[in-house]
Structure formats: C-alpha cells, structure tokens
Design a protein around this ligand. Structure first.
Ligand SMILES: O=C(O)CCC(=O)C(=O)O
Ligand SMILES: [Fe+2]
Length: 334
C-alpha cells in the first residue's frame, strides 16, 4: 500500500473539546511515522490566504531591480529582505528559488534588537504592492497563534501538560517567515542546474507550518523512500524540526524533505513559517519520555551533524545553520 502523509482535523484542539485527545493521538502517530502531517480545521481566513498569494505573486513578477530594492544586503543583522535566484545554498549547492525573509516586526528599542541579536529587527517591505505589509504581518500573527495551539497538541501527544513547551517559547517564540518563488524550469535548465528548488534538508526549529500553492513538488523521505506531499485544498503541511527531534530523543524525527522545481510554465510559490524556540532558550531533552535508546543518525543525515550531541542555545544552533546557507551574507553581517 502506498504510504501517504496523514491529514488531521485540528478543530477540537482549537475549540478545546474532549476530542482534542484524539487529535493528539493522530499527531503522535504522524510525528513518529512521518515527521509530517497536514492540518485542516485550522481557522485561517481564506481571504487572508488569497491576499497573501496574490500579493506575493505580484512581488515576484516585478523586475529584478525592483525586487532588489529590499535586498537582504539592506537587512543587516535582522536578516530580512529579498534574495535572488541561486543565492541560498543547501549542502553547499544553490537552490533554484528566490524569496523574501520576514519575521516579527521589532522596533529599535526592543531589548533583543538593542542587544544586537542576529535575526531580530524590522522587516523590509516592498513599497509598491498595496496591502502586502499588512497581509504579511497578519499572517505572521495568525500562524504564530496557531503554532502555540499546535504545540499544545504535540505536548498532549507526548502525554505532557498542554503548556509544556511554552517555556522554550518564552518570552516569545522566534517566528521566521519566508515566501519562496520556485521558477518553472525547462529541460535544458534542469540539465544545467539540476531539478532542486530546495535540496534535501531538515528544518532547524520546532515546527514548520507551510502553506503551498496548487502546483506540488514537495517530497518527504520516510522510512528510506521519497513520498509526495501534494497540495490538498484547505490544508497546511506541518513538519517536525530538529529541536523537537532533540527534545524527544528522536522519538519524533525531523524528516528530510526537498522541493522539485516546477517544469510547466507556472512558478511555484510557498509560504513556510518556522515556529522556533526563543533565541536564548536552551532546548533540553524531556526527561519523562525516557527515550534514551535513540539511534543517532548523524552519519546518514544531510548535514552530518547530530541534533542530540549539540550544546548551547537555540540561537547558537540556528546561526551555525543560516551562516552555511548564506555564507557571503554571514561574512558581512555577523
Ligand atoms: O517550499 C516548500 O514547500 C518547502 C520549503 C522548505 O522545505 C524550507 O524552506 O525549509
Ligand atoms: Fe524545509
């Protein structure tokens, strides 16, 4: 039988009804077996989704010079703004995507900005797309709220108190929001550049909440085989990041995934929000799980490093990763 990623209706979790325990059970199975699940019943306004998609497409169809007006070069340590096709690397090779890096809008007097904490600060918004800034900020706010609810479900799925994970998000989580555009490639381009919009990797944080368009191309490695995560209307894709793999002693694995570039004439667009721990949080193993016989997968992992052996704060882990995906920027900014 073909293996497919489970779809979970999370409305009982949002409405806090007794069925939330069934939702948690579904999450437990999905996280153990796939590291991925789809959610429905998430309550996000379809008009907000539509605005986000339309305004993002407007942005990416602008000439490169226009997009470069909000280049990451101007984002400084906050690590925000636009990057052009081929600038981001996975395992040292350029991804076939362009995108915008976004996050919580922090003013210069915010303590973390005052302390010159990397990845914290103001966003760079395109000026000539009416409503785009408001849409982006509303999206970050709504999906961040959803992230907290999903983490309550994940805590229940591990037989923990619903608020268990709040300490690693305290005083605030680090929501890293990205909008990616994967240009359609023809045969010759695939031959020259390869077919990866994003090559195999795992996500770094706790939970990724991804809106994708209707084109597809996301693939997930599960029990050694690559399976599709096709778009399903009304859903988002959620997946486990390295930090949840770490705290569960590998019970919930951060599964490798990749994106195949579209080959028709339409570009694929996607919207991952990485719901990450506070930058200064220490992300410790959940003692109660007692899952100590984890098979470390360091040797077979895409980055040849272990999420279990690592020491330090989440910020340390993250900076080590982002400096590899944007080596040039790291040299200038950090
Ligand atoms: O674009 C997608 O569907 C997924 C992107 C992704 O895996 C990532 O940015 O970490
Ligand atoms: Fe990813």
């Amino acid at each position: 039988m073909e293996r497919t990623i489970p779809i979970i209706d999370i409305s009982p979790l949002l409405q806090n009804t007794p069925d939330k325990f069934k939702v948690a059970q579904g999450m437990h199975e999905a996280c153990k077996n796939y590291g991925f699940f789809y959610i429905t019943g998430h309550g996000i306004d379809p008009r907000l989704e539509e605005n986000l998609e339309n305004q993002s497409r407007q942005f990416f169809s602008l000439p490169l010079e226009e997009k470069q007006k909000i280049s990451m070069q101007f984002g400084g340590r906050a690590w925000r703004g636009f990057f052009p096709l081929g600038d981001e690397l996975t395992s040292g090779k350029p991804d076939m995507k362009e995108g915008i890096y976004l996050g919580a809008e922090l003013s210069p007097d915010h303590p973390l900005v005052q302390a010159e904490t990397p990845l914290h600060g103001p966003n760079l918004f395109p000026e000539n797309i009416p409503g785009f800034k408001e849409t982006i900020l509303e999206w970050i706010s709504e999906i961040t709220k959803l992230g907290h609810k999903l983490m309550a479900g994940i805590a229940l799925s591990l037989d923990l108190d619903e608020n268990y994970f709040e300490s690693i998000f305290s005083p605030d989580p680090l929501p890293l929001f990205r909008i990616f555009n994967y240009p359609a490639l023809d045969k010759a381009q695939v031959e020259e550049r390869g077919s990866w919009g994003v090559a195999e990797h795992t996500d770094y944080g706790v939970l990724t909440i991804l809106k994708q368009d209707t084109l597809g191309g996301l693939e997930v490695k599960s029990q050694g085989e690559w399976i599709q995560a096709p778009p399903i209307p009304g859903t988002f894709v959620c997946n486990i990041g390295d930090m949840l793999d770490r705290v569960t002693g590998g019970l919930y694995r951060s599964n490798p995934h990749r994106v195949r570039s579209p080959t028709n004439t339409v570009d694929r667009i996607s919207f991952p929000l990485f719901f990450d721990p506070n930058f200064n949080a220490r992300v410790n193993v959940i003692e109660k799980l007692n899952n100590s016989n984890v098979q470390d997968d360091e040797a077979s992992r895409w980055d040849k490093s272990s999420v279990h052996a690592f020491e330090g704060t989440y910020g340390d882990y993250l900076l080590n990763k982002v400096s590899k995906v944007f080596p040039e920027l790291k040299r200038k900014m950090l």
